[in-house]
Design a protein around this ligand. Structure first.
Ligand code: GTB
Length: 217
């Protein structure tokens, strides 16, 4: 059964692949699983039909037969568990890869999202300039730690896995901030992820949505 995912009809990132459907698309491409995409508007996302799939009225969602999932981490884990290629066979290595997925989502992504939300929503606040360095420092702490751990390894723990897929998409949220550039190890890591054919197919597909929306025939 071909899974169906949801994505923004018009992504605010203008096709830069920063919305969270990108990580689901990339996972599906890595395991060679064809999928369909249902595009939703911001208005549709908040309607009861979509909220049945996603209680918080967001994308991405994932439907496969009578299974409906939300949360990009849970979706990628589901894909990785059902197909080979995204999680190691060895039980301990598999557990470590899953721990890294959680680290990407629970330890590295929050300060990055906090910073980007502040830049979008708080720019006009009187305390913005005072708060910004603190938010940037929090991101730097995590980037420094991650960079030290990665060191000269290609991937987080042995072969490429869903952990790297998740971490690379999280780090990509820093695009344009200038912060990642202070960590050559992490820049090279993100570049390795982006060079994967599966990433490029996923990226091209989400970009095509933006391009089609820009110039409707
Ligand atoms: N924890 C959830 C998950 O991992 O799936 C978070 C899902 C989420 O935040 N979805 C966002 C959404 O639907 C899209 S990805 N937002 C609409 C809403 O809440 O009403 C977040 C996102 C949006 C836009 C950019 N961008 O423009 O750069 C980047 C990331």
């Amino acid at each position: 059964m071909t899974p169906i995912i949801t994505a923004f009809e018009r992504s605010p990132d203008r096709g830069r692949g920063l919305a969270r459907d990108m990580r689901v698309r990339w996972a599906l491409e890595e395991v060679d699983q064809p999928y369909d995409v249902r595009l939703v508007s911001f208005r549709e996302m908040k309607k009861p039909a979509h909220r049945k799939l996603h209680p918080f009225g967001q994308i991405p969602t994932y439907e496969e037969g009578d299974l409906a999932l939300f949360e990009s981490g849970a979706i990628v884990l589901h894909i990785a568990e059902r197909h080979s290629g995204l999680l190691p066979e060895d039980a301990n290595a598999r557990a470590r890869a899953i721990a890294w997925m959680f680290a990407a989502l629970n330890t590295v992504e929050p300060p990055i999202v906090e910073l980007s939300m502040a830049k979008i929503l708080e720019r006009e606040k009187s305390w913005y300039e005072e708060r910004l360095p603190m938010l940037e420092d929090r991101v730097h702490v995590r980037l420094g730690e991650l960079s030290d751990r990665l060191d000269d390894a290609e991937w987080l723990d042995g072969a490429f896995s869903a952990a790297d897929l998740m971490m690379v998409t999280v780090l990509r949220r820093l695009d344009g901030s200038g912060l990642l550039e202070k960590y050559p190890t992490l820049c090279a890591y993100v570049a390795r992820g982006k060079a994967r054919p599966a990433y490029q197919r996923a990226f091209a597909d989400q970009l095509a949505v933006f391009t089609a929306a820009k110039s409707p025939d």
